[in-house]
Design a protein around this ligand. Structure first.
Ligand SMILES: NC(=O)c1ccc[n+]([C@@H]2O[C@H](COP(=O)([O-])OP(=O)(O)OC[C@H]3O[C@@H](n4cnc5c(N)ncnc54)[C@H](O)[C@@H]3O)[C@@H](O)[C@H]2O)c1
Length: 365
């Protein structure tokens, strides 16, 4: 299944959703006739699993280099990116050579960033291997690293030349990672497409069973939602900010809990908090709020946290540092209704604290 991404303001490229790696070579090679070398950037978990699926496809046409980073968010670090730059330089990587990011969102974010810096920009291709990277992180050209305790604070915009999604890689993905990726898909339905949201609910069983055709349809719709928003606003001057539904409070919780939650899990929590604030501001009904909240549960996503109330200030201060805020006020993406989101400025501290309190419960409560 091919999804073309066309933009007047950035380079155009295509996304392919396929069952396995077999179609990769015939898509990749014609795109890069000038390249002599490719460098596969991957992580220590993914590379051993899929090296043999990719390298033999390229060996006849290119010198294949590889650079492997430790698995996990800690690799989204400027020093990791600099070590990639050094490796490329030491191996005489030229401006016409190509980087391939083979991995989850961590790998795609650093590969795109490294590609945007080397020689002021070399081509890059993604083979995303997590559901989150397929549905979200690989799409849209945002790349970057975390810095000084803050998520994605240094980065660049650069579109890939090709995204190839072999669905068979999801078979090795841990369940928890699969559902964390699903949170971004649920987010896409919530912010832009109520019919898709309902489709997700109706296809819960097939999604949890990882039926390939259902996953392909699900990804196609989620990607199209992001694609349309990004095509209209590639550099986040307007509506692209809506994709941050659940991310502001989510990022604050992700950095507060420092590794206990996966990114997608904190996005689910952030969506619940945003839906709660939307209800309190009379944008959605109480019934809609509880429906949104409870729909994360069958997909094994958290809807509550256990924290000491004295730490609310800490979380609030992390939210204040979120790069999405303009001049000190807290702006959040909220729901106008299920399937439509909007940016709301100057959300009061009391309301944000109330949303943390709403999340702060245990099963015994
Ligand atoms: N650039 C964007 O627009 C954007 C959007 C959303 C998220 N992100 C970023 O994406 C990152 C999260 O991505 P992620 O959830 O993919 O995390 P990840 O890249 O850390 O991957 C999660 C874990 O799964 C392992 N893994 C990956 N694929 C596997 C497979 N097929 N089989 C077995 N194990 C596999 C990885 O080694 C890792 O341990 C965050 O840093 C987030 O900020 C970026």
């Amino acid at each position: 299944m091919e999804i073309p991404v066309v933009s007047k303001r950035t380079d155009s490229y295509s996304i392919f959703i396929e069952h396995d790696f077999s179609g990769f070579k015939e898509l990749f090679v014609p795109l890069f006739p000038e390249a002599k070398k490719v460098c596969i950037i991957s992580d220590e978990t993914v590379y051993p699993l899929y090296r043999e699926s990719v390298e033999p496809l390229l060996k006849d046409s290119y010198e294949v280099l590889s650079f492997t980073v430790p698995s996990g968010e800690a690799s989204k670090d400027i020093n990791v990116v600099l070590s990639i730059e050094k490796y490329l330089k030491d191996h005489n990587f030229s401006r016409s050579d190509v980087l391939i990011g083979l991995g989850g969102g961590v790998v795609t974010d650093i590969t795109g960033f490294a590609a945007s810096l080397y020689h002021r920009g070399v081509a890059h291709v993604f083979i995303p291997t997590t559901l989150l990277a397929m549905a979200d992180a690989s799409i849209g050209g945002k790349n970057g690293v975390d810095f000084d305790g803050l998520k994605n604070i240094i980065g660049s915009f650069k579109m890939p030349s090709l995204i190839y999604m072999p669905l068979n890689v999801l078979e090795s993905l841990p369940e928890r990672e699969f559902y964390a990726g699903f949170a971004e898909i649920m987010k896409a339905g919530l912010l832009a497409d109520s019919k898709f949201y309902m489709w997700l609910v109706d296809n819960m069983y097939e999604i949890c069973e990882k039926d390939k055709d259902t996953l392909a349809t699900m990804l196609e719709t989620a990607i199209n939602i992001k694609k349309v928003i990004v095509e209209n606003d590639p550099f986040e001057k307007g509506d692209r900010a809506l994709l941050n539904l659940g991310h502001s409070i989510g990022h604050a919780l992700e950095s507060y809990f420092a590794g206990s939650y996966l990114h997608g899990e904190t996005v689910a929590l952030g969506c619940v908090a945003a839906a709660f604030i939307s209800w309190k501001l009379n944008k959605i009904s109480m019934e809609d709020y509880y429906e949104v909240r409870d729909m994360f549960v069958p997909f094994n996503l958290p809807i509550s946290i256990q924290i000491d109330k004295s730490d609310y200030e800490d979380i609030y201060s992390r939210l204040g540092k979120d790069k999405k805020n303009t001049s000190g006020s807290i702006n959040l993406v909220l729901l106008k209704k299920i399937g439509k989101a909007e940016v709301v400025k100057d959300i009061s501290k009391d309301l944000i604290m109330a949303s943390l309190d709403e999340l702060n419960f245990t099963d015994e409560d």
